[in-house]
Write a protein that binds this ligand. Structure first.
Ligand code: PMP
Length: 362
């Protein structure tokens, strides 16, 4: 039998129809497409990492006892003492572990939509049913629709990205509380962009019996490391720990993280810089002809292009000029002609704005 025939009769049909998570080739480009931090770590931090990594034995599996790193994470990121944390190879892995642990085939995973695409993907991988509850035309949370969908579909897991990706919206506390109260299963508050938002659910993570908070270090300068953590009641964490692949957090990541956290102020300072640079970027984008900018609490802004050129054309014109941003024009009707732009360095932001001025006035 040919390989194609063997695959057709072996790999799940729904998997064969998927496309792999898209990652753009970025060599030589100004990279504003993935909400990375544009700043590299300072020399002193890199020296500390180098020492830490050099002294890490590679011949043994990672140790079973992660309590030292857990302590460091809890202190650095304000996790309540009584909560436990689970580590993931990026928070992508944690999303997957939660769905795996909670969902039988056909169970529902629910999220406002559009939101982070991996909520949907992880649900599909595990034969769960994904329900995306549409945002309003203004890309705000539709709380009545969320509550009605929760009543109707009784989801095992509700994912709430706060702030939301790709729209940037920060859902109001009262709406989050209402969703937590209505949800029959678990509510995962995905705070990937929390460092740019200024509010967090973390101190309240133990207040309700059905909440965990997920975070990542990807957006605050460490996207290359692949590290995320989930904080919650130790009983929830213990269940998710059962489906965690053995040794998912390698020793080099642990050593690097431990060294970087000795310089946590550097990460905070970088995040503060990006947060401060977001508003001038958003304001300058909003001045361009035919551009609507949606309010953002993340390190990115979503803009709709409805002038002479549509979203696809603007995206392509920027790509030709070696500026990469993320095109959502064809992703969902609510995102028609929408492009997502990560906040870069001041020089990168200026280059983007002058390219857009040129493109839109041509
Ligand atoms: N959650 C949200 C809302 C995200 O936007 C992303 C990254 N795009 C992630 C989680 C995944 O982050 P990580 O790099 O830790 O896998």
């Amino acid at each position: 039998m040919s390989i194609a025939g063997r695959i057709a009769s072996t790999v799940r049909a729904d998997i064969r129809e998927l496309t792999a998570y898209p990652v753009a080739h970025a060599e030589g480009c100004i990279k504003l497409d993935a909400m990375e931090c544009p700043y590299e770590l300072p020399e002193a931090v890199r020296e500390d990492i180098a020492r830490s990594v050099r002294d890490t034995p590679l011949n043994r599996y990672p140790a079973a006892d992660l309590s030292a790193l857990k302590g460091q994470i809890k202190t650095a990121f304000g996790v309540p003492d009584a909560a436990d944390v689970l580590f993931g190879n990026g928070s992508d892995e944690l999303i997957h572990l939660v769905v795996q642990a909670c969902c039988n085939p056909g169970d529902t995973v629910l999220s406002p939509w559009p939101s982070f695409v991996y909520f949907d993907m992880a649900a599909r991988f595990d034969h769960a049913r994904f329900i995306g509850v549409p945002l309003t035309e203004d890309l705000a949370l539709d709380l009545p629709a969320m509550l009605a969908a929760i009543r109707e579909h009784q989801p095992k897991v509700v994912f709430l990205a706060v702030p939301n990706n790709p729209t940037g919206g920060l859902w109001p506390d009262e709406a989050i509380l209402a969703i937590i109260a209505a949800a029959p299963g678990l509510v995962v508050l995905d705070e990937a962009y929390q460092p740019f938002a200024g509010s967090t659910w973390m101190p309240r993570v133990l207040d309700a019996s059905n909440v965990v908070v997920m975070r990542t270090v990807s957006k605050i300068g460490l996207a290359g490391l692949r590290f995320g953590y989930l904080a919650g009641h130790p009983a929830w964490v213990a269940e998710f720990d059962k489906v965690r692949p053995p040794y998912n957090l390698d020793v080099l990541t642990q050593a690097t993280l431990s060294a970087v956290l000795r310089h946590k102020a550097v990460l905070d300072e970088q995040a503060a810089r990006l947060r401060a640079d977001r508003e001038p970027l958003a304001a300058a984008l909003a001045q361009l002809p035919g551009v609507r900018v949606f309010p953002s609490a993340g390190n990115f802004v979503l803009a709709r292009f409805s002038g002479k050129l549509d979203g696809n054309a603007v995206h392509l014109a920027l790509k030709t000029r070696k500026i990469l941003i993320r095109n959502f024009s064809n992703a969902h009707p609510l995102l028609a002609n929408c492009l997502r732009i990560s906040v870069g360095t001041p020089a990168e932001n200026a280059a983007l704005l002058s390219a857009l001025q040129e493109i839109l006035s041509a």
